[in-house]
Design a protein around this ligand. Structure first.
Ligand code: AMP
Ligand code: MG
Length: 399
């Protein structure tokens, strides 16, 4: 049995980013950029007005100025040259006509027939966005490794990158195992239960940026399991199974993984999720999760999610952590580190945690509303007010 930190290390030693691919801009949300992107040109490419107003010569002291042009639209090149004693209308985003060095807002002017009178002093450069003031040609705009959100995608469009190199989403095959497991739409027989793991895990895979592939339910029969696992690895980058990974006579997953590939560990000193097993087959990561629904989801959160993020090119793999105070006593496990589902709330400068009630690994209700896992090492009972580390699996305001 190895420590949770050691399990993390062994997984990370085996998991690498997938080869980058070309993606169109409408396919890159949340992806990690795999190339440096530079500005193709100055932005804006021309000096532009930032307001609707009059392009003028700032030093000009004429009380009224003759109007040269009443329509300086964005998208049109100016046809006039501004000299002292004149003014030309410009709209927001329109190029500044030659000769002008300032724009006076329309609100600061009065039109008197063929003339315009300014009601405020003018400063040179006012209301003009110089060429290259947002981005200079050749400037590094986005570095490889950047996570692409709305601002980043807008920048890619600005510099003319309609396709970029980015990391693909790992395809993750999910397989439920167990003679007793049936589909959610079936009525379970007297000794059967419904498959919750595959659906919960597919949601977790999507949430982690992966693409789930559902492989159904396979009974505890080695030949059927082997076939399905090999089929899974033909189409997926990662295999996740649930169930059948303990020490029972019908727990075939461990021996099968050893036969098909290399098992890197098969017990972790943690609660829930002790039987968690990690292997590689043909270089592809395989996570055999315990069948209990909470064990499966907590193991996914702690180990599979960071692995999927690394495959998708992320470098920040872990959730944020912070110290929190317990609202009530917690009794640690005598030998294993426990990951306790909890609700964390901020009160002034202090962060508080209460657990989600009974922590049985079969009780999915213990996941509901949980925005944190408290890392509780073995030791004596922790009193109310004791400080523990919370792994924030969701921000408090999300709940
Ligand atoms: P196992 O890891 O196969 O020993 O299963 C541990 C517990 O999890 C047993 O009570 C199983 O019935 C239950 N279980 C296994 N697979 C699933 C599943 N796909 N959905 C819900 N519960 C499951
Ligand atoms: Mg089983």
């Amino acid at each position: 049995m190895i420590a949770p930190e050691e399990a993390w290390e062994r997984i990370m030693a085996e998991v690498a980013p997938l080869p980058p691919r070309r993606f169109a801009l409408n396919e890159v949300t949340g992806r990690v950029l795999a190339e440096d992107v530079r500005a193709d040109a100055d932005h804006p490419p021309f000096a532009a007005s930032t307001v609707d107003g009059w392009a003028v010569v700032a030093e000009d002291e004429s009380p009224r100025r003759r109007i040269l042009d009443r329509e300086g639209w964005a998208g049109e090149m100016p046809t006039v040259t501004v000299v002292p004693g004149t003014a030309a209308r410009v709209m927001t985003g329109a190029p500044i006509p030659p000769g002008a060095d300032a724009v006076v807002m329309i609100e600061d002017s009065v039109v008197e027939g063929e003339f315009v009178r300014l009601t405020r002093a003018v400063r040179s450069g006012e209301n003009i966005r110089p060429a290259g003031s947002d981005l200079a040609a050749g400037e590094l705009v986005l570095a490889a490794g950047t996570v692409l959100g709305p601002g980043e995608i807008g920048l890619l469009a600005t510099v003319g990158q309609s396709e970029v190199w980015a990391y693909p989403s790992p395809r993750v095959a999910v397989l439920s195992t167990g003679d007793e497991v049936v589909e959610p739409w079936e009525t379970p027989g007297p000794a059967q239960i419904r498959d919750s793991n595959r659906y919960a895990l597919m949601a977790a895979i999507r949430g982690a940026g992966g693409e789930p592939i559902s492989l159904g339910i396979v009974p505890d029969q080695p030949e059927m399991l082997r076939k399905k696992m090999e089929l899974a690895l033909d189409q997926a980058d990662v295999l996740i199974t649930s169930g059948g990974v303990s020490e029972g006579d019908r727990d075939h997953i461990g021996p099968l993984l050893a036969e098909l590939g290399t098992v890197h560990f098969n017990r972790v000193r943690q609660k829930p999720g002790k039987p968690l097993t990690f292997a590689t087959i043909r270089g592809k990561p395989c996570f055999a999760l315990p069948g209990n629904p909470v064990s499966a989801l907590v193991s996914f959160e702690l180990y599979v999610r960071p692995a999927l993020r690394r495959m998708a090119g992320h470098t920040r793999l872990r959730r944020p952590e912070r110290p929190v105070l317990l609202r009530h006593p917690v009794r640690p496990d005598p030998v294993r580190t426990e990951f306790v589902r909890a609700v964390v709330e901020q009160e002034g400068n202090q962060w508080w945690a209460r657990t989600t009630g009974a922590q049985a690994s079969s009780r999915l209700l213990s996941m509901l509303g949980a925005n944190a896992l408290l890392r509780v090492p073995p030791g004596p009972v922790l009193p109310e007010g004791a400080s523990v580390t919370a792994i924030l699996i969701a921000w408090p305001e999300d709940r």
